[in-house]
Design a protein around this ligand. Structure first.
Ligand code: ADP
Ligand code: ZN
Ligand code: ZN
Length: 752
């Protein structure tokens, strides 16, 4: 009986900031009914009052001192669930991440901010002032006048934070304006429209499910059986581009919903996969199923709304990028990870988790079915079919037996010999002819080049000077539209010189090429075509991506030139030609995944062609046309590629055969980072009881970024959870110099 009482009166609370363990507090009588595991509370800690999460009830053993009481609940509803709290503990251990960073990931800043919500308020114009009133205001209340004019001119709501920054001490002024109903406060910016809204109305998005073909049906049945079993199962859905994976996902979603379960659908990036997101949503909307699309453009109000509709079990489906992994869904029964091979699933700041892997772990905790889907599965997942019993479901044919596109590989060495100095070195004769042909037939083309800007470097023909960034070990890229040399690592830029800064010679050569140059050359090659470029530079403009895609769909654009970022899941039936302008970028980088990535990229990019009734063609330009990734992609030979690549990985014991942990060290002081990383590795080798293979420390491929010198060491381990805690414990004993910053990256994607 005593236990029962303490269960009701004592709560274990994990402070969100820093502390590595939960603390015990008493629960005031008034809160006992509402409090639950996952409730966000305010607790006294030292002399402050901080936010914490209730992780359990009751305490072990007798209390030696008087407990403090929980001060208040931030919300009446819990903000997270017990399985997510377990997930957080695992993430913290597996990724050697701080508790704080994990909780930050678990509970978005906007949610934890019962207190900070005020900060996010916006001010908007409520009524226009007459000229007269305005004149009076200018004389009598200049501060009110400035705020008014500012809001009027901005034409949109502005956050209070921004107003305060712009007009310090203007608080009383805008309050008065609100009182006078000239301005109004609101929690969200109305003008914002979620990316997917217009796209979901696209003509080819059906609201009714088609009849699945045989392969789709087989995959769907297999997944549905797992959902029915209510056990943890992982499926790998390997379906060639255009094979109709989305319909298989949809049938799985229906199944999960029909057994009353929640569904989590992950995409690499919401903004870049508007079609997939739109399709899922349209279909479910048509059935009256509430879908939450979780993305960074949600307003404050929408975000809170979405979160609590999940907590309360009102919404059962969440679609989003990796941060959606932590949505507090009830009775999660299905997790879909679309394009599971995408490196975008890996977060590149702490906690450096991999969205796909966390999805699998959450699935395990919830006994859910996890579906990993891709046209080009990662080697890890393919390997796990054997190693961990993932169920492999294959879609080998395109819908309606549409043919996979025909590949042409152009040897650019020959092309360069044949056409010295001309733009044929950028766009080969073959690609040129095909572009012209498509224009005549009124079909569309997409050209990919994974480099933005105009030229990749500026070289002096007299003295060999190469323009490099002052802050990074990186050459500067020439951007012709704004006439600057820009560093793609740190963003710093300078005006492009017309003479060599070294020797004053005017003989400057521009080497290599990026999206801007391709856009130019294509325009010369097919002068009548409407050519549009799309890359990170154009994407910085709001809604531009959506506009371009919509113009492309309606046929206003003939040729789309872009980086691979736009290659994700686009489905345009009128595209019959895809060009990979420089397939070699990315092939010769110091990364054991270089081959895998090139292969995946080629297959994905090719998959954008021939999705309608007409067959597609792919032109791949390369200086090493016989390299395995290009040849295997040309034949669409997955098995062959897998076999050869696994062989190589096995030989060097690379992932997936072992896990890799990268320990990265940075400092503005080059000597210190070299010395201390070396000392640490010696210390580690001496102290570590388990045997692991350590390589390095050596300078990282990008030796300097933003004035920081970088070193790294690699640990190859058989079992991360077993080894990493010991490494971390030793690291805590090691005295690192204050000027050296270090971080562990488990299962890293980025090795530069
Ligand atoms: P993937 O994601 O595998 O590349 P999609 O899911 O985009 O393929 O499907 C390709 C196209 O085929 C889409 O336009 C989709 O609507 C259509 N489709 C999928 N399944 C069927 C089916 N069973 N019958 C008819 N059309 C289908
Ligand atoms: Zn020079
Ligand atoms: Zn730089």
């Amino acid at each position: 009986m005593e236990l029962a009482i303490s269960q009701q009166t004592i709560a274990r609370v994990a402070p969100l900031s820093g502390l590595d363990r939960a603390l015990v507090y008493t629960i005031p009588e008034a809160l006992r009914e509402t409090i639950a595991v996952g409730t966000l509370v305010e607790i006294p800690l030292g002399r402050r009052s901080v936010l914490g999460l209730v992780v359990g009830f009751g305490a072990e053993g007798p209390m030696k001192f008087k407990l403090k009481a929980i001060e208040k609940l931030v919300y009446d509803q819990p903000v997270t669930s017990p399985d997510l709290l377990k997930l957080a503990v695992w993430m913290q251990r597996y990724y050697a991440a701080s508790v704080e960073s994990v909780y930050e990931t678990l509970i978005p800043a906007k949610i934890r901010g019962g207190a900070t919500a005020k900060e996010q308020k916006f001010l908007a114009l409520n009524q226009d002032l007459s000229k007269e009133d305005l004149g009076i205001l200018e004389k009598r209340a200049p501060k009110q006048f400035s705020v008014y004019v500012f809001l009027k001119e901005s034409g949109a709501p502005v956050s209070i934070t921004a107003i305060r920054r712009k007009f310090p001490g203007s608080e009383a002024a805008y309050r008065t304006l609100v009182k006078k109903t000239v301005l109004k406060e609101q929690f969200e910016v109305q003008e914002h429209v979620a990316y997917t809204d217009t796209l979901s109305q696209a003509e080819h998005v059906g609201t009714e499910a088609p009849i699945l073909n045989e392969e789709q049906q087989a995959a769907a049945t297999s997944i549905q059986e797992s959902i029915d079993s209510a056990e943890f199962k992982v499926h790998l859905l390997h379906g060639v581009t255009g094979s109709g994976k989305t319909e298989v996902y949809l049938s799985a979603i229906q199944k999960a919903l029909s057994v009353g379960g929640g569904v989590l659908f992950l995409v690499p990036e919401v903004a870049l996969t508007p079609q997939t997101v739109g399709r899922i949503r349209t279909r479910l909307d048509a059935q009256g199923i509430k879908t939450v699309v979780w993305h960074s453009h949600l307003s404050e109000a929408e975000r809170l709304d979405a979160w609590f509709s999940l907590v309360k079990g009102e919404a059962q489906v969440v679609v989003g990028a990796r941060s959606a992994l932590f949505a507090p869904l009830k009775d999660l029964r299905l997790i879909v990870v679309d394009e599971e091979h995408e490196p975008a699933y890996k977060q590149d700041e702490t906690p450096r988790y991999h969205g796909r892997d966390v999805a699998v772990y959450r699935g395990m905790l919830c006994k859910a079915t996890v579906v990993l889907g891709s046209a080009t599965p990662s080697l890890e997942s393919l390997y796990n079919v054997k190693a961990r019993g993932y169920i492999l479901n294959r879609l080998t044919k395109r819908i309606d037996d549409r043919k996979l596109p025909r590949f042409h590989v152009v040897d650019m060495k020959r092309e360069a010999l044949k056409h010295k100095g001309s733009d044929k070195r950028v766009i080969s004769q073959l690609l040129k002819e095909k572009l012209q042909d498509r224009l005549e037939k009124k079909e569309q083309s997409i050209l990919f080049i994974n480099r933005r800007g105009y030229s990749s470097s500026m070289v002096c023909s007299e003295c060999g000077y190469v323009a490099e960034c002052e802050h990074c070990s990186n050459t500067l890229t020439y951007h012709r539209t704004d006439q600057v040399l820009r560093c793609h690592l740190c963003g710093s830029h300078e005006t492009a010189p017309d003479r060599c800064p070294g020797c004053e010679s005017p003989k400057i050569r521009w080497q290599g090429f990026g999206t801007q140059r391709i856009e130019d050359v294509v325009q010369q090659v097919v002068p009548k075509a409407n050519v549009v470029r799309i890359d990170a530079d154009t994407l910085s403009k709001r809604n531009r991506f959506r506009e371009i895609l919509s113009d492309f769909r309606t046929g206003k654009i003939d040729v789309l030139v872009g980086t691979q970022m736009i290659a994700k899941g686009l489905d345009f039936p009128n595209v019959t030609l895809v060009g990979m302008v420089d397939a070699d970028i990315g092939m010769h980088v110091p990364d054991f995944r270089a081959s895998e990535r090139t292969f995946q990229l080629l297959v994905q990019v090719a998959g954008r062609a021939g999705r309608g009734d007409r067959a597609g063609e792919v032109v791949v330009q390369s200086f090493s046309p016989h390299s395995p990734p290009i040849q295997f992609a040309r034949r669409a030979d997955f098995e062959g590629f897998l076999e050869e690549e696994l062989e190589q990985r096995r030989e060097f014991n690379y992932p997936p055969f072992r896990n890799l942990i990268r320990h990265l060290f940075r400092s503005r002081n080059k000597e210190k980072v070299a010395f201390y990383s070396e000392q640490w590795i010696k210390f580690l080798e001496k102290g570590l009881k388990q045997k692991i293979e350590i390589r390095g420390p050596v300078p990282a491929p990008l030796e300097r970024v933003k004035d920081y010198y970088r070193f790294h060491a690699w640990f190859f381990v058989g079992n991360v959870s077993k080894v990493l805690p010991e490494i971390v414990a030793l690291r805590q004993q090691f005295k690192m110099d204050k000027e050296v910053i270090d971080v562990f990256d488990v299962d890293p994607r980025d090795l530069t």
